[in-house]
Design a protein. Structure first.
Length: 127
């Protein structure tokens, strides 16, 4: 609604506003200013801009969430791989020790027939 139209509604033919109508005119102007203060095209542009920011914020949240999920997966796989490497190192170390111990037993004169029995007894004591 146009301000001039509002004022004409409350004014007399002479252009004066009666004292009893002043409060009503003020309320009508407050309502009109509250409802139509911003140009509609400008308001629509701001709404579109706001919607664009909302979409960008959602995309950023999705990206952060997705990145966090990938990081969690990466960390889990890295931990699994480290555990695998540690286990492999233990197995290789044990195999090397057993080989060296077998050779030591051979040099000490333990027969080939008894070597496996000695290794079983020895590993039972250790573990």
């Amino acid at each position: 609604m146009d301000f001039e139209e509002i004022i004409r509604r409350y004014a007399t033919d002479g252009g004066d506003i009666p004292a009893g109508q002043t409060g009503a005119l003020i309320e009508a102007l407050k309502t009109a200013v509250g409802n139509g203060f911003v140009d509609k095209a400008r308001y629509k542009a701001k709404l579109d801009e706001l919607e664009d920011y909302k979409q960008k914020a959602l995309a950023a949240q999705d990206g952060a969430s997705s990145a966090e999920k990938w990081k969690t997966k990466y960390d889990a796989l890295k931990d699994d791989f480290e555990a695998f490497k540690t286990e492999q190192t233990k197995k290789e170390t044990r195999a090397a020790k057993e080989k060296a111990y077998r050779e030591l037993l051979r040099q000490a004169g333990v027969s080939e027939k008894r070597l496996d029995a000695v290794m079983r007894v020895d590993s039972a004591k250790r573990y």
